[in-house]
Design a protein around this ligand. Structure first.
Ligand code: DGL
Length: 270
């Protein structure tokens, strides 16, 4: 039986569109409600308490819109807040961390795995824990790459500056012998080209957006929540700050106009 209710998806800002796009490709029959907390981005340099409060507000805002499942597209929210909030969320909920970690464990031959993410994600050790749980004995090396977020927001993804920044950050993996790298942040798939160039072709990149879309499809199927229409309803985008910049960068990224886009206030949602 088809369930026409939408899927809710949120991120601290615009980077979650990488997950939105992957999810839309994998599940074209679904309608997606996207919330970007653009007034409070970035989450990646904030404390666990603050990120948990923001994550709760985002989740409850979407829950009030009759979603059938929730995807937390933000790696920082998935790492710092999701475990504590899962029990209060009444719909099947998925973060991006677990699917990314599981895919890296499957792909890595040597068990030597690199993870890049925001400062908060790397400091939390959540990827390392998840990878160790799935594949005990593996070696995980985490590196924070905070400048990748503003570069991607600016649309700077394949020039000289980004190349230098990537080389500088990723040289931290020299001599570590990793064969797999998790792109543990919504924005990093946008910089895949320069990341690959800096690391060389031998290291496989794990895009947690794609891994999460696969896992979301499995989750919906397991709960008999799939919508099997050929094409889902129009997406609806909510942002917590002025929508103009989101519309500009977002439509450039998606290659299409953003359709329904609305500015909302989510403070105090619970
Ligand atoms: N969405 C965040 C993440 O995936 C990156 C941007 C931010 O720091 O809020 O970790």
């Amino acid at each position: 039986m088809a369930d026409p209710r939408p899927i809710g998806l949120f991120d601290s800002g615009i980077g979650g569109l990488t997950v939105f796009r992957a999810l839309g490709r994998r599940l074209p029959g679904e309608q997606i409600l996207y919330l970007g907390d653009t007034a409070r981005v970035p989450y990646g340099n904030k404390s666990r308490e603050t990120v948990t409060r923001y994550t709760r507000e985002c989740a409850h805002f979407l829950l009030r819109r009759q979603i059938k499942a929730l995807v937390v597209a933000c790696n920082t929210a998935s790492a710092l807040a999701l475990p504590a909030l899962l029990s209060e969320l009444p719909v099947p909920t998925l973060g991006v961390l677990q699917p990314g970690a599981a895919r890296a464990c499957r792909l890595s031959a040597s068990g030597r795995i690199g993870v890049i993410g925001t400062e908060a994600t790397i400091r939390s050790g959540a990827y390392t824990e998840a990878i160790h749980r799935i594949r005990p004995g593996s070696e995980v090396f985490g590196v924070a790459c905070p400048l990748f977020v503003p570069l991607a927001e600016e649309g700077w993804t394949e020039g000289e500056v980004e190349r230098l920044v990537a080389q500088r950050y990723l040289s931290a993996f020299d001599g570590k012998g990793i064969d797999t790298l998790v792109l543990g942040c919504t924005h990093y798939p946008l910089l895949k080209g320069v990341i690959r160039e800096a690391l060389g072709p031998a290291i496989q990149l794990v895009d947690s957006a794609e891994a999460a879309a696969e896992e979301a499809a499995r989750l919906l199927e397991a709960h008999e929540l799939l919508d099997d229409r050929e094409r889902g309803g129009e997406p609806h985008f909510y942002v917590t700050d002025s929508s103009q910049r989101f519309a500009e960068v977002g439509s450039r990224f998606l290659g299409t106009s953003m359709g329904r886009l609305e500015q909302v206030d989510i403070t105090g949602e619970s």
